[in-house]
Design a protein around this ligand. Sequence first.
Ligand SMILES: [Zn+2]
Length: 394
Amino acid sequence: MAKAKEDEGLGLRNMEQVNVSLVAKLVWRFLTNADATWVKLYNAKYLQSVSFWDCNPNPGDSKTWKDMLSVKEIFINNCCWSIGSGSKGMECGTSNASFSGESCGSNLKFNTHIQNICPLCHSEEGYVHHLLFSCQFSKAVFQESPLNIDIQDGVLSMEIIQQWLEKNDQGIMLNLGSCILWNIWKMRNDKVFNITQPLVPICIRKALEDFKFFDLHHALNFCSSAILQRQNSIQWNPPPPFYIKINVDAAYNNGRGAASAVARDSYGLHLGSGAFCFDSFSSTVAEAKAYGLGLQLARRLQFSKIIVEGDAEEIPKAIIGNMNDIPWNIRSTVLSIHDRVKDFSEVSFLVVPRDANSIAHDLVQFAISNFLNRWWVYDVPPNCIMQRLISNED
Ligand SMILES: [Zn+2]
């Protein structure tokens, strides 16, 4: 009877499967609608001292509740983890361990059905909390990522995520943190199932890619207009948290030009650099290309809030100003920068004295005398700027 009509059955679906899927849907609604009255009732009745995942059926329980508990394994085996805040949610894949958090984190639950040897560091405390927060690998990822946080031993997962939720930063910390957790989890799975070596920089890069993808609606909504500011300090100043600052500079010599860009975060840490040489007919054109290079570097680094800092005021002026006023010799470069500004949620141009821009100056001088053409993205910085990086980190 349960065969499809084409197979000469009556087209009735397997009632047992239908029932399981209906109950599974009910469980899903139960887990995702904390505010519904029936959910509150069930919570009050059955889950006062235990989570859904740890709850076992009792003889006196209602039939519906027993049915719901009976499909728990399906969730444990098929759900991975999900974390969201209100309208923004993220749901991910299939695996045999799970970590599930409902919106606002108030009832974030960790499922710890996971083998207890950590595949990343081989320590014997490989539960989910260890894997995501206290494993050497995960700690390094959090520390070296743009979040730059030190996860202290002994802090509960819930407390960490609660802090992210409470950050008043439009959800950036929470979203980037979630992307990092998700990628640590994927690295773990890759190690277990594909025997791929987990690498901290790759984990960070992939998390940033996810973050950029996830954050895209922000970027599209903001669809920035850039602003121009001046600053007289002759010292380099780091950007505010969650922004990156890109110092740009150009060199010009006898028909040859070079441009450089150096990106650092709010801790002064080097995120990436680029240096390129080209034929050029004026120093102004070379300067314009340096600003274009700065935006390209920011895109490669997947950041959406950026400050581009340089000492050539006329270029950002032309980018911000009326399109008809752009000098003809830099018109095409400036127009393409104009287009690229739309890739970011916030762009500001900061004009500073030459001394505050010395890192980009050093790199461009090195580039023009050595015909350099390359990027250093999440990579060891070029040697010629090492000294300045170290002095700015202090
Ligand atoms: Zn570990």
